[in-house]
Design a protein around this ligand. Structure first.
Ligand SMILES: Nc1ncnc2c1ncn2[C@@H]1O[C@H](COP(=O)(O)OP(=O)(O)OP(=O)(O)O)[C@@H](O)[C@H]1O
Length: 306
């Protein structure tokens, strides 16, 4: 579990993180979202003891990072996959990490196997593709078999196959009971990967809840209806006090009613329905709605820094 309590970081006059409190639970993937400059990387660095908070604290399973005896055995992180020495092989790199952290050498081959790099383990890491580098970064994070894992933008620049692999891998880690916090700009990907979200803007907490709740909370619920007698049905629905918008080819968008309520109005009045489908907003729409005011650099209406 990760607990941030009143976490604050100032760089001179810039407040990167401001009185931020949140909890990341084990057994699920938690997405860490926020517009550019929201303070995600700064927060992750503070979790990992790489940056000192100006105020507040962050605990990993109840202990601050700098008080953990064997940090690699408690927390693993992927911050920058390209930090490996280019002339080292993947295996040499992991062996060096294992030896300098008192981790048994057998873990090196175990993690190489887990991330699917066994065949290229003796090749120069400098020649690795981005996807392979990400796998090596993940292998490094897993070396100490930690309960808590942090990944900063792990799917950036990956092809769809690489993205899918990372998604499944993270969900697998969470299913093993680990705490997995992952930041990403790819919101549609996060909607598929993360069960929970911590959303920040301008260094402050905007929301901490499940992904489903985040979408429901921000978006107006609407139900799409198709009926041959759409004009009569629209009148019936309006008489019930529901808001009805008439679209092209008689498609009705109904707000303020559940699918069940609409179905009952139809049945009660002998209206034939061809479609009745509740609409859900995308995570992008919910995110734009909730973080709209907290974007640091506004560049235009469509481009909101994500
Ligand atoms: N070392 C630093 N010195 C000064 N200001 C910094 C430093 N690191 C971060 N900042 C500032 O703190 C704020 C938060 O930055 P941070 O990199 O944590 O955001 P982020 O959410 O990770 O952004 P991105 O998604 O663009 O990576 C920004 O205004 C940034 O300019």
């Amino acid at each position: 579990m990760i607990e941030a309590i009143g976490l604050t970081k100032r760089y001179g006059s810039t407040v990167a993180v401001n009185d931020l409190s949140f909890t990341v639970r084990p057994g699920r993937v938690t997405g860490f979202l926020g517009p550019n400059g929201a303070g995600k990387s700064t927060t992750m660095r503070m979790v990992l003891g790489l940056d000192r908070p100006t105020a507040g604290r962050v605990l990993i399973d109840g202990t601050p990072y700098n008080k953990i005896k064997n940090p690699l055995r408690s927390v693993g992180a992927l911050l920058d996959a390209k930090w490996v020495h280019p002339n080292r092989s993947a295996r040499t790199h992991l062996l060096w990490m294992a030896r300098s952290n008192g981790i048994p050498v057998r873990r090196v081959d175990e993690v190489l196997d887990e991330v699917g790099l066994t065949k290229v383990a003796r090749k120069r890491a400098g020649g690795f593709s981005l996807g392979m580098s990400q796998r090596l970064g993940i292998a490094s994070a897993l070396l100490g078999d930690p309960k808590v894992l942090l990944f900063d933008e792990p799917v950036n620049g990956l092809d769809p196959e690489g993205i899918l692999w990372i998604r499944r891998f993270m969900q697998g880690l969470a299913a093993q009971g680990r705490t997995v916090l992952v930041s990403s700009h790819l919101l549609s990907e996060m909607a598929l990967t993360a069960e929970d979200l911590v959303v920040i803007g301008r260094g402050e907490l905007i929301a901490q809840c499940s992904t489903a709740e985040f979408i429901d909370r921000s978006a107006k619920a609407a139900v799409l209806v198709r009926a041959p007698e759409w004009q009569r049905f629209a009148t019936l629905l309006r008489d019930k006090g529901f808001a009805v918008a008439e679209g092209a080819e008689g498609v009705l968008t109904v707000e303020g009613a559940t699918g069940a309520e609409i179905g009952e109005v139809a049945a009660g009045n002998g209206v034939v329905l061809h479609e009745l489908s509740p609409q859900r907003a995308s995570l992008e729409e919910a995110f734009m709605q909730l973080t709209g005011d907290s974007v640091e650099y506004q560049t235009g209406s469509a481009e909101k820094g994500v």
